[in-house]
Design a protein around this ligand. Structure first.
Ligand code: HEM
Length: 443
Protein backbone atom coordinates (compact mmCIF):
# COMPACT_ATOMS: atom_id res chain seq x y z
CA UNK A 1 0.00 0.00 0.00
CA UNK A 2 2.73 2.46 1.06
CA UNK A 3 4.81 1.41 -1.92
CA UNK A 4 1.99 1.96 -4.41
CA UNK A 5 1.31 5.37 -2.89
CA UNK A 6 4.97 6.23 -3.22
CA UNK A 7 5.00 5.05 -6.83
CA UNK A 8 1.85 6.98 -7.62
CA UNK A 9 3.25 10.10 -5.97
CA UNK A 10 6.50 9.84 -7.90
CA UNK A 11 4.75 9.27 -11.23
CA UNK A 12 2.41 12.20 -10.55
CA UNK A 13 5.36 14.43 -9.68
CA UNK A 14 7.24 13.39 -12.79
CA UNK A 15 4.23 14.12 -14.94
CA UNK A 16 3.77 17.52 -13.33
CA UNK A 17 7.47 18.32 -13.67
CA UNK A 18 7.51 17.34 -17.34
CA UNK A 19 4.53 19.60 -17.94
CA UNK A 20 6.34 22.52 -16.33
CA UNK A 21 9.59 21.84 -18.15
CA UNK A 22 7.86 21.47 -21.52
CA UNK A 23 5.82 24.63 -20.97
CA UNK A 24 8.96 26.56 -20.07
CA UNK A 25 10.77 25.05 -23.06
CA UNK A 26 7.87 26.05 -25.29
CA UNK A 27 8.03 29.65 -24.15
CA UNK A 28 11.79 29.67 -24.38
CA UNK A 29 11.66 28.34 -27.93
CA UNK A 30 8.94 30.79 -28.80
CA UNK A 31 11.11 33.57 -27.51
CA UNK A 32 14.15 32.22 -29.30
CA UNK A 33 15.50 30.69 -26.12
CA UNK A 34 14.85 33.50 -23.69
CA UNK A 35 12.51 33.80 -20.71
CA UNK A 36 13.75 37.17 -19.51
CA UNK A 37 13.00 39.06 -22.75
CA UNK A 38 9.52 37.54 -22.53
CA UNK A 39 9.08 38.91 -19.02
CA UNK A 40 10.39 42.26 -20.24
CA UNK A 41 7.76 42.29 -23.02
CA UNK A 42 5.03 41.36 -20.55
CA UNK A 43 6.00 44.33 -18.38
CA UNK A 44 6.02 46.62 -21.39
CA UNK A 45 2.51 45.46 -22.18
CA UNK A 46 0.98 45.26 -18.70
CA UNK A 47 2.94 47.80 -16.66
CA UNK A 48 4.90 47.59 -13.44
CA UNK A 49 3.13 44.56 -11.96
CA UNK A 50 2.72 41.25 -13.80
CA UNK A 51 1.31 38.07 -12.31
CA UNK A 52 3.53 35.23 -13.50
CA UNK A 53 2.20 32.36 -11.40
CA UNK A 54 -0.79 31.49 -9.19
CA UNK A 55 0.78 33.34 -6.26
CA UNK A 56 3.75 34.98 -7.91
CA UNK A 57 4.10 38.56 -9.05
CA UNK A 58 6.93 40.24 -10.93
CA UNK A 59 7.42 43.98 -10.40
CA UNK A 60 9.39 46.64 -12.25
CA UNK A 61 8.94 49.64 -10.00
CA UNK A 62 12.32 51.08 -8.88
CA UNK A 63 10.62 52.87 -5.99
CA UNK A 64 9.53 49.50 -4.62
CA UNK A 65 12.97 47.86 -4.70
CA UNK A 66 14.00 49.37 -1.38
CA UNK A 67 10.82 47.98 0.23
CA UNK A 68 11.19 44.41 -1.02
CA UNK A 69 14.95 44.17 -0.58
CA UNK A 70 15.19 46.21 2.62
CA UNK A 71 16.90 44.38 5.50
CA UNK A 72 14.04 45.40 7.80
CA UNK A 73 11.11 44.94 5.40
CA UNK A 74 10.46 41.32 6.42
CA UNK A 75 10.49 40.02 2.83
CA UNK A 76 12.41 36.76 3.24
CA UNK A 77 13.78 34.81 0.30
CA UNK A 78 11.05 32.94 -1.53
CA UNK A 79 10.63 29.18 -1.47
CA UNK A 80 11.93 28.99 -5.04
CA UNK A 81 15.50 29.23 -3.72
CA UNK A 82 15.13 25.86 -2.01
CA UNK A 83 15.83 24.05 -5.29
CA UNK A 84 19.44 25.20 -4.90
CA UNK A 85 19.90 23.38 -1.61
CA UNK A 86 22.29 20.50 -1.07
CA UNK A 87 21.27 17.15 0.35
CA UNK A 88 23.58 15.92 3.11
CA UNK A 89 23.12 12.47 4.67
CA UNK A 90 19.47 12.50 3.67
CA UNK A 91 18.83 16.02 4.97
CA UNK A 92 18.18 19.11 2.93
CA UNK A 93 20.77 21.73 3.85
CA UNK A 94 20.86 25.37 2.81
CA UNK A 95 24.00 27.17 1.72
CA UNK A 96 24.04 30.95 2.13
CA UNK A 97 22.26 32.08 -1.01
CA UNK A 98 19.10 30.11 -0.35
CA UNK A 99 18.72 30.51 3.43
CA UNK A 100 15.30 31.86 4.38
CA UNK A 101 15.95 32.09 8.08
CA UNK A 102 17.50 35.54 8.56
CA UNK A 103 18.79 34.70 12.04
CA UNK A 104 20.61 31.60 10.75
CA UNK A 105 22.10 33.59 7.87
CA UNK A 106 23.28 36.33 10.21
CA UNK A 107 24.82 33.70 12.50
CA UNK A 108 26.74 32.18 9.56
CA UNK A 109 27.87 35.61 8.45
CA UNK A 110 29.03 36.44 11.96
CA UNK A 111 30.83 33.10 12.20
CA UNK A 112 32.74 33.44 8.94
CA UNK A 113 33.34 37.09 9.77
CA UNK A 114 35.55 39.01 7.41
CA UNK A 115 36.22 36.18 4.99
CA UNK A 116 34.95 38.14 1.98
CA UNK A 117 36.36 41.53 2.85
CA UNK A 118 38.77 42.98 0.35
CA UNK A 119 41.46 43.78 2.89
CA UNK A 120 41.56 40.19 4.07
CA UNK A 121 41.80 38.97 0.52
CA UNK A 122 44.28 41.49 -0.83
CA UNK A 123 47.25 39.30 0.00
CA UNK A 124 45.47 36.21 -1.20
CA UNK A 125 44.45 37.79 -4.46
CA UNK A 126 47.73 37.20 -6.21
CA UNK A 127 46.91 33.52 -6.10
CA UNK A 128 44.37 34.52 -8.72
CA UNK A 129 41.89 31.70 -8.98
CA UNK A 130 38.97 30.84 -6.80
CA UNK A 131 40.22 27.31 -6.30
CA UNK A 132 43.42 28.64 -4.92
CA UNK A 133 41.65 31.19 -2.76
CA UNK A 134 39.18 28.65 -1.50
CA UNK A 135 41.14 25.42 -1.29
CA UNK A 136 44.79 26.30 -1.92
CA UNK A 137 44.61 23.95 -4.87
CA UNK A 138 46.73 24.55 -7.92
CA UNK A 139 44.72 22.47 -10.33
CA UNK A 140 46.12 23.89 -13.57
CA UNK A 141 42.70 24.01 -15.27
CA UNK A 142 43.72 27.06 -17.27
CA UNK A 143 46.98 25.47 -18.44
CA UNK A 144 45.18 22.28 -19.44
CA UNK A 145 42.27 24.15 -20.95
CA UNK A 146 39.61 22.16 -19.13
CA UNK A 147 37.84 21.76 -15.84
CA UNK A 148 40.02 19.08 -14.29
CA UNK A 149 38.07 18.92 -11.05
CA UNK A 150 34.58 18.90 -12.58
CA UNK A 151 33.41 21.76 -10.36
CA UNK A 152 32.38 23.97 -13.23
CA UNK A 153 29.97 21.42 -14.71
CA UNK A 154 28.69 20.61 -11.22
CA UNK A 155 27.98 24.30 -10.66
CA UNK A 156 26.22 24.54 -14.01
CA UNK A 157 24.09 21.49 -13.20
CA UNK A 158 23.17 22.90 -9.80
CA UNK A 159 22.12 26.29 -11.19
CA UNK A 160 20.29 24.67 -14.12
CA UNK A 161 18.44 22.45 -11.65
CA UNK A 162 17.60 25.49 -9.50
CA UNK A 163 16.31 27.54 -12.44
CA UNK A 164 14.30 24.66 -13.91
CA UNK A 165 12.54 23.96 -10.63
CA UNK A 166 12.17 27.55 -9.49
CA UNK A 167 8.46 27.71 -10.41
CA UNK A 168 7.64 24.55 -8.46
CA UNK A 169 9.69 24.51 -5.24
CA UNK A 170 7.32 22.27 -3.24
CA UNK A 171 7.40 19.69 -5.97
CA UNK A 172 11.17 19.87 -6.13
CA UNK A 173 11.40 19.25 -2.40
CA UNK A 174 8.93 16.38 -2.70
CA UNK A 175 10.91 14.66 -5.47
CA UNK A 176 14.52 15.49 -4.59
CA UNK A 177 14.64 16.43 -0.93
CA UNK A 178 12.15 14.02 0.49
CA UNK A 179 13.22 12.42 3.75
CA UNK A 180 10.94 9.45 3.02
CA UNK A 181 13.24 7.99 0.41
CA UNK A 182 16.37 10.14 0.43
CA UNK A 183 16.56 10.21 4.22
CA UNK A 184 16.11 6.46 4.40
CA UNK A 185 18.90 5.99 1.88
CA UNK A 186 20.93 8.55 3.82
CA UNK A 187 21.86 10.01 0.47
CA UNK A 188 23.95 13.10 -0.14
CA UNK A 189 23.89 15.10 -3.34
CA UNK A 190 27.02 15.11 -5.48
CA UNK A 191 27.27 18.75 -4.64
CA UNK A 192 27.49 18.05 -0.91
CA UNK A 193 29.76 15.00 -1.39
CA UNK A 194 32.30 17.24 -3.14
CA UNK A 195 32.24 19.60 -0.15
CA UNK A 196 32.54 16.70 2.32
CA UNK A 197 35.56 15.26 0.51
CA UNK A 198 37.31 18.62 0.60
CA UNK A 199 36.62 19.15 4.30
CA UNK A 200 37.65 15.61 5.22
CA UNK A 201 40.81 15.73 3.13
CA UNK A 202 41.75 19.01 4.79
CA UNK A 203 41.12 17.60 8.25
CA UNK A 204 43.40 14.66 7.49
CA UNK A 205 46.10 16.96 6.11
CA UNK A 206 45.80 20.31 7.86
CA UNK A 207 46.64 23.50 6.06
CA UNK A 208 50.28 24.48 5.93
CA UNK A 209 50.99 27.98 4.74
CA UNK A 210 53.54 28.15 1.95
CA UNK A 211 57.04 29.32 2.81
CA UNK A 212 56.30 32.58 1.01
CA UNK A 213 53.24 33.36 3.09
CA UNK A 214 53.00 34.75 6.57
CA UNK A 215 51.63 32.50 9.29
CA UNK A 216 48.25 34.26 9.44
CA UNK A 217 47.32 33.76 5.83
CA UNK A 218 44.64 31.11 5.49
CA UNK A 219 42.41 30.01 2.65
CA UNK A 220 38.60 30.12 2.78
CA UNK A 221 38.25 26.44 3.59
CA UNK A 222 40.51 26.82 6.60
CA UNK A 223 38.45 29.77 7.79
CA UNK A 224 35.17 27.91 7.26
CA UNK A 225 36.42 24.89 9.22
CA UNK A 226 37.66 27.12 12.05
CA UNK A 227 34.34 29.01 12.08
CA UNK A 228 32.41 25.73 12.17
CA UNK A 229 34.48 24.46 15.09
CA UNK A 230 34.07 27.73 16.97
CA UNK A 231 30.36 28.22 16.18
CA UNK A 232 28.93 24.70 15.68
CA UNK A 233 25.37 26.03 16.10
CA UNK A 234 25.71 28.50 13.24
CA UNK A 235 27.76 26.20 10.98
CA UNK A 236 27.11 22.52 11.80
CA UNK A 237 29.01 20.02 9.61
CA UNK A 238 26.27 19.66 6.92
CA UNK A 239 26.18 23.45 6.46
CA UNK A 240 29.96 23.48 6.27
CA UNK A 241 29.86 20.92 3.43
CA UNK A 242 27.22 22.89 1.62
CA UNK A 243 28.82 26.34 1.84
CA UNK A 244 32.25 24.97 0.96
CA UNK A 245 31.29 24.28 -2.61
CA UNK A 246 28.73 27.01 -2.99
CA UNK A 247 31.55 29.52 -2.56
CA UNK A 248 33.06 28.20 -5.76
CA UNK A 249 29.68 28.15 -7.43
CA UNK A 250 28.92 31.75 -6.41
CA UNK A 251 32.35 33.06 -7.26
CA UNK A 252 33.51 31.37 -10.44
CA UNK A 253 31.10 31.63 -13.34
CA UNK A 254 29.76 34.98 -12.09
CA UNK A 255 33.07 36.82 -12.26
CA UNK A 256 34.45 34.90 -15.24
CA UNK A 257 31.25 35.52 -17.23
CA UNK A 258 31.26 39.23 -16.39
CA UNK A 259 34.89 39.67 -17.44
CA UNK A 260 34.19 37.90 -20.75
CA UNK A 261 31.15 40.08 -21.35
CA UNK A 262 33.18 43.23 -20.62
CA UNK A 263 35.95 42.20 -23.01
CA UNK A 264 33.47 41.45 -25.75
CA UNK A 265 31.85 44.88 -25.34
CA UNK A 266 35.27 46.54 -25.49
CA UNK A 267 36.03 44.65 -28.68
CA UNK A 268 32.82 45.79 -30.29
CA UNK A 269 33.16 49.39 -29.08
CA UNK A 270 36.62 50.69 -30.09
CA UNK A 271 35.83 54.18 -28.79
CA UNK A 272 35.05 52.85 -25.32
CA UNK A 273 38.18 50.72 -25.46
CA UNK A 274 40.40 53.67 -26.35
CA UNK A 275 38.83 55.82 -23.58
CA UNK A 276 39.50 53.07 -21.06
CA UNK A 277 43.06 52.60 -22.26
CA UNK A 278 43.63 56.34 -21.96
CA UNK A 279 42.30 56.31 -18.40
CA UNK A 280 44.55 53.39 -17.45
CA UNK A 281 47.53 55.07 -19.05
CA UNK A 282 47.02 58.42 -17.35
CA UNK A 283 46.56 56.64 -14.00
CA UNK A 284 49.97 55.05 -14.59
CA UNK A 285 48.62 51.50 -14.41
CA UNK A 286 51.46 49.17 -15.33
CA UNK A 287 52.21 45.51 -15.02
CA UNK A 288 51.64 43.75 -12.66
CA UNK A 289 48.44 45.72 -12.07
CA UNK A 290 48.07 46.94 -8.52
CA UNK A 291 44.53 47.13 -7.17
CA UNK A 292 45.39 50.43 -5.47
CA UNK A 293 45.97 51.92 -8.93
CA UNK A 294 42.66 50.77 -10.41
CA UNK A 295 40.39 50.91 -7.38
CA UNK A 296 39.00 54.39 -8.11
CA UNK A 297 38.98 54.81 -11.86
CA UNK A 298 35.60 56.31 -12.88
CA UNK A 299 35.59 55.05 -16.45
CA UNK A 300 36.57 51.49 -15.49
CA UNK A 301 33.83 51.59 -12.83
CA UNK A 302 31.31 52.75 -15.42
CA UNK A 303 32.37 50.01 -17.87
CA UNK A 304 31.79 47.34 -15.22
CA UNK A 305 28.43 48.83 -14.15
CA UNK A 306 27.22 49.11 -17.72
CA UNK A 307 28.22 45.51 -18.55
CA UNK A 308 26.40 44.28 -15.44
CA UNK A 309 23.37 46.38 -16.38
CA UNK A 310 23.07 44.64 -19.73
CA UNK A 311 24.28 41.23 -18.60
CA UNK A 312 23.40 40.82 -14.95
CA UNK A 313 24.77 37.48 -13.89
CA UNK A 314 21.50 36.35 -12.35
CA UNK A 315 19.32 35.49 -15.33
CA UNK A 316 16.17 35.02 -13.33
CA UNK A 317 13.86 36.92 -10.98
CA UNK A 318 15.05 37.68 -7.44
CA UNK A 319 12.07 36.40 -5.51
CA UNK A 320 10.98 37.28 -2.00
CA UNK A 321 8.00 36.36 0.14
CA UNK A 322 5.53 39.08 1.14
CA UNK A 323 5.44 39.31 4.97
CA UNK A 324 2.22 38.31 6.80
CA UNK A 325 0.83 41.86 6.90
CA UNK A 326 0.81 42.02 3.07
CA UNK A 327 2.05 44.84 0.86
CA UNK A 328 0.80 47.40 -1.67
CA UNK A 329 3.13 47.74 -4.68
CA UNK A 330 1.65 50.38 -7.00
CA UNK A 331 -1.55 50.47 -4.93
CA UNK A 332 -2.33 46.78 -5.51
CA UNK A 333 -2.94 44.79 -2.31
CA UNK A 334 -0.88 41.59 -2.17
CA UNK A 335 -1.58 39.21 0.73
CA UNK A 336 1.15 37.80 2.96
CA UNK A 337 2.82 34.74 1.47
CA UNK A 338 2.65 36.00 -2.13
CA UNK A 339 5.93 35.67 -3.98
CA UNK A 340 7.10 39.02 -5.29
CA UNK A 341 10.20 39.45 -7.38
CA UNK A 342 12.12 41.76 -9.62
CA UNK A 343 14.27 40.60 -12.54
CA UNK A 344 17.55 42.44 -13.13
CA UNK A 345 17.05 41.96 -16.89
CA UNK A 346 13.74 43.81 -16.75
CA UNK A 347 14.52 46.67 -14.34
CA UNK A 348 17.89 47.30 -16.02
CA UNK A 349 16.04 47.98 -19.26
CA UNK A 350 13.61 50.52 -17.87
CA UNK A 351 13.87 53.53 -20.20
CA UNK A 352 12.63 55.97 -17.59
CA UNK A 353 15.57 55.08 -15.40
CA UNK A 354 18.39 54.38 -17.83
CA UNK A 355 17.41 56.40 -20.90
CA UNK A 356 16.04 55.51 -24.30
CA UNK A 357 19.14 53.73 -25.59
CA UNK A 358 18.82 50.92 -23.04
CA UNK A 359 20.11 48.22 -25.40
CA UNK A 360 23.32 50.15 -26.14
CA UNK A 361 26.50 49.59 -24.21
CA UNK A 362 27.25 53.15 -23.10
CA UNK A 363 29.34 53.51 -19.91
CA UNK A 364 28.97 57.31 -20.25
CA UNK A 365 25.39 57.01 -18.94
CA UNK A 366 26.89 56.49 -15.46
CA UNK A 367 29.12 59.55 -15.78
CA UNK A 368 28.34 63.17 -16.29
CA UNK A 369 24.68 62.83 -15.35
CA UNK A 370 23.31 64.75 -12.38
CA UNK A 371 23.59 63.20 -8.95
CA UNK A 372 19.84 62.55 -8.60
CA UNK A 373 19.75 60.53 -11.83
CA UNK A 374 22.85 58.62 -10.88
CA UNK A 375 21.28 57.69 -7.57
CA UNK A 376 18.09 56.55 -9.27
CA UNK A 377 20.14 54.29 -11.56
CA UNK A 378 22.17 52.93 -8.66
CA UNK A 379 19.05 52.27 -6.59
CA UNK A 380 17.42 50.39 -9.46
CA UNK A 381 20.47 48.23 -10.07
CA UNK A 382 20.08 44.62 -8.98
CA UNK A 383 23.37 43.42 -10.45
CA UNK A 384 24.61 42.57 -6.95
CA UNK A 385 21.10 42.48 -5.42
CA UNK A 386 20.41 44.88 -2.55
CA UNK A 387 19.82 45.05 1.18
CA UNK A 388 20.91 42.37 3.59
CA UNK A 389 21.11 39.73 0.84
CA UNK A 390 23.47 41.73 -1.33
CA UNK A 391 26.25 39.64 -2.88
CA UNK A 392 28.76 38.73 -0.19
CA UNK A 393 31.54 38.44 -2.74
CA UNK A 394 30.99 41.87 -4.34
CA UNK A 395 34.27 43.33 -3.06
CA UNK A 396 36.23 40.26 -4.03
CA UNK A 397 34.67 40.17 -7.51
CA UNK A 398 35.33 43.89 -8.06
CA UNK A 399 38.87 43.45 -6.90
CA UNK A 400 39.40 40.55 -9.30
CA UNK A 401 37.86 42.41 -12.23
CA UNK A 402 39.77 45.60 -11.58
CA UNK A 403 43.02 43.69 -11.68
CA UNK A 404 42.17 41.24 -14.42
CA UNK A 405 40.68 43.58 -17.04
CA UNK A 406 43.59 46.07 -17.05
CA UNK A 407 46.01 43.10 -17.07
CA UNK A 408 44.37 41.57 -20.13
CA UNK A 409 44.28 44.94 -21.87
CA UNK A 410 47.97 45.36 -21.13
CA UNK A 411 48.80 41.90 -22.48
CA UNK A 412 46.50 41.67 -25.48
CA UNK A 413 45.63 43.95 -28.33
CA UNK A 414 41.86 44.04 -28.60
CA UNK A 415 41.93 46.49 -31.46
CA UNK A 416 43.55 43.94 -33.78
CA UNK A 417 41.45 43.58 -36.96
CA UNK A 418 41.71 39.80 -36.70
CA UNK A 419 39.96 39.78 -33.35
CA UNK A 420 37.21 37.26 -32.93
CA UNK A 421 34.39 36.68 -30.49
CA UNK A 422 32.53 33.40 -30.37
CA UNK A 423 29.04 33.56 -28.92
CA UNK A 424 27.04 30.75 -27.44
CA UNK A 425 23.40 30.75 -26.52
CA UNK A 426 23.26 30.04 -22.81
CA UNK A 427 20.00 28.40 -21.93
CA UNK A 428 20.26 29.45 -18.32
CA UNK A 429 20.06 33.13 -19.11
CA UNK A 430 18.34 32.64 -22.44
CA UNK A 431 20.78 35.13 -23.86
CA UNK A 432 23.74 35.09 -26.15
CA UNK A 433 26.94 35.20 -24.20
CA UNK A 434 30.50 35.49 -25.44
CA UNK A 435 32.42 32.34 -24.63
CA UNK A 436 35.68 32.87 -26.43
CA UNK A 437 37.58 35.95 -27.32
CA UNK A 438 40.66 35.81 -29.46
CA UNK A 439 43.05 38.70 -29.56
CA UNK A 440 46.69 39.18 -30.42
CA UNK A 441 49.24 39.05 -27.67
CA UNK A 442 51.28 42.24 -27.63
CA UNK A 443 53.74 41.69 -24.82
C1 HEM B 1 30.62 39.59 -11.08
C2 HEM B 1 30.54 38.77 -10.05
C3 HEM B 1 29.33 38.54 -9.20
C4 HEM B 1 28.04 38.97 -9.35
C5 HEM B 1 27.47 39.86 -10.47
C6 HEM B 1 27.27 38.46 -8.24
C7 HEM B 1 25.91 38.69 -8.04
C8 HEM B 1 25.19 38.22 -6.97
C9 HEM B 1 23.78 38.43 -6.77
C10 HEM B 1 22.85 39.20 -7.71
C11 HEM B 1 23.43 37.81 -5.60
C12 HEM B 1 22.03 37.73 -5.00
C13 HEM B 1 21.33 36.53 -5.58
C14 HEM B 1 19.91 36.36 -5.11
O1 HEM B 1 19.48 36.98 -4.16
O2 HEM B 1 19.24 35.55 -5.74
C15 HEM B 1 24.62 37.21 -5.05
C16 HEM B 1 24.66 36.50 -3.86
C17 HEM B 1 25.81 35.95 -3.33
N1 HEM B 1 27.08 36.00 -3.86
FE1 HEM B 1 27.62 36.95 -5.59
N2 HEM B 1 28.11 37.73 -7.42
C18 HEM B 1 29.37 37.76 -7.96
C19 HEM B 1 30.52 37.17 -7.43
C20 HEM B 1 30.59 36.55 -6.21
C21 HEM B 1 31.80 36.04 -5.60
C22 HEM B 1 33.21 36.18 -6.20
C23 HEM B 1 31.46 35.44 -4.42
C24 HEM B 1 32.29 34.75 -3.37
C25 HEM B 1 33.42 34.22 -3.53
C26 HEM B 1 30.01 35.59 -4.28
C27 HEM B 1 29.29 35.13 -3.18
C28 HEM B 1 27.94 35.32 -3.01
C29 HEM B 1 27.18 34.82 -1.87
C30 HEM B 1 27.75 34.00 -0.70
C31 HEM B 1 25.85 35.21 -2.06
C32 HEM B 1 24.67 34.94 -1.13
C33 HEM B 1 24.47 36.11 -0.20
C34 HEM B 1 23.24 35.97 0.71
O3 HEM B 1 22.25 35.35 0.31
O4 HEM B 1 23.27 36.53 1.81
N3 HEM B 1 29.53 36.27 -5.37
N4 HEM B 1 25.69 37.47 -5.89
Amino acid sequence: MVLSLLLLGTLGSLFFYLTIVLTRRYYRLKQNGATQPLLHKLHQKHGTLVRIGPDTVSFRDPAYISTVFSPRGGFIKADSYSSLRAFVHGRSVGSILDLQDEEKRKAIKRAIGTVFLTNELMQLYQLDFMLRIAFSEDTGCLRQGRDLVGLSSLTYQRIAHGYAWQPAPSLERFVFQNKLWSGWLSRSSRWAREGMTRVETRRRAPFVSSPKTTGRRKDLLEKYIAASEKHPDAIPPPTLFSITNSTISAGTDTTAGTVTVILSYLLRNPLTLSKLLRELESAGVGFPVLYAATENLPYLDAVIKEALRLHAVIGTTLERMVPPQGCMPGGVKLPGGTVIGCAPYVIHRDQEIYGEDIEDFRPERWLGCDEARKQTMERASLAWSQGSRICMGKHLAELEMKKLIPTLLWKFDLSDPDRRIVFEKRLLEGEERPILIMATSRR
